[in-house]
Write a protein that binds this ligand. Structure first.
Ligand SMILES: [Fe+2]
Length: 288
């Protein structure tokens, strides 16, 4: 089944609209023309972002600017807690999504895999704020975040998340590209839920998202991917740890382990980018 997705958000007199269109998520950059009859029926469903919703995104942005210091740095625990406290309170409306109107079933798609859509709220060399939209059954394949700290806040939907960290010291299977990893998470998460955080070497630096229902995830990434600074994205396939095991991992000494093999960029990793037209952040003259 493909998914029509979209929310409807209008910002004061300068209307910004987020609406489902065809089979993709769309932010429409002009008001939707509607008949008087439509207005009468729908008037009560139009959502105006409240001041506190705009402020939450602004608070997140300002905190990110204070906290993320760029390449080779990891925020201290106090700053991680500060960002988590902000993100834990964030709701779909804070980034221009309406829960009631965000996703709408649109029929079956035959022979196609659901594509992920994303939008960037803000990006600089120290951090980025992005939203990923996953239709039902869409997958963001197992991938890494080298040297990065990533906060993920599931805003809408239910998804299965599996994540790994490398086992140190580096432990590789002889004569192969397999490397041993420790399973960090392997479970189902439903919004609203707490923010998850991954670090360069802990917290599940390699992760995979599988949408069980249409999902929206807000990611705060610091610093963002950069080939120039050695933070390119790699993709992996996981294999059972033990010989003849049929499960993905085997419990060993209280830990779940698996072998990860780096693979070419899978087809499911291709995403469509859309412009962000939700509540805007306000930048002062000091840019990061
Ligand atoms: Fe990721």
């Amino acid at each position: 089944m493909v998914v029509d997705a979209g929310g409807l958000v209008e910002q004061s007199k300068d209307i910004t609209t987020v609406k489902h269109a065809n089979n993709r998520v769309r932010y429409a950059n002009k008001p939707i023309k509607k008949s008087n009859r439509w207005c009468k029926k729908r008037r009560r469903k139009v959502v105006f972002p409240r001041v506190r919703e705009v402020l939450r995104l602004q608070q997140l942005f300002v905190s990110c600017r204070e906290i993320f210091k760029g390449h080779g740095t990891v925020p201290p625990a106090s700053d991680v807690n500060k960002l988590c406290n902000i993100l834990d309170k964030m709701k779909p409306g804070d980034v221009g999504l309406s829960k009631n109107q965000f996703f709408k079933a649109a029929g079956a798609a035959i022979g196609t895999h659901p594509r992920v859509t994303y939008t960037t709220i803000y990006q600089c060399s120290e951090f980025s704020l992005c939203i990923f939209f996953l239709p039902e059954k869409a997958v963001i394949p197992l991938h890494n975040h080298p040297g990065m700290t990533v906060f993920s806040k599931l805003l809408l939907g239910t998804m299965h998340i599996k994540s790994y960290d490398w086992v140190h010291p580096k432990h590789s299977m002889p004569s192969s590209r397999m490397r041993l990893a420790r399973l960090k998470a392997n479970g189902v998460y439903t919004a609203p839920c707490d923010t998850s955080v991954l670090y360069p070497t802990t917290g599940g630096n390699m992760h995979e998202f599988k949408a069980m229902t249409p999902c929206a995830v807000l990611d705060v990434i610091g610093p963002p991917y950069s080939k120039q600074e050695g933070r390119d994205c790699s993709y992996y396939k996981d294999y059972p740890y033990g010989d003849g095991e049929t499960t993905a991992v085997r419990e060993e000494e209280g830990e779940c382990l698996g072998w990860l093999e780096e693979i070419q960029v899978p087809e499911e990793a291709e995403m469509d980018r859309i412009q962000y037209l939700g509540p805007q952040i306000i930048q002062n003259t000091t840019t990061c």
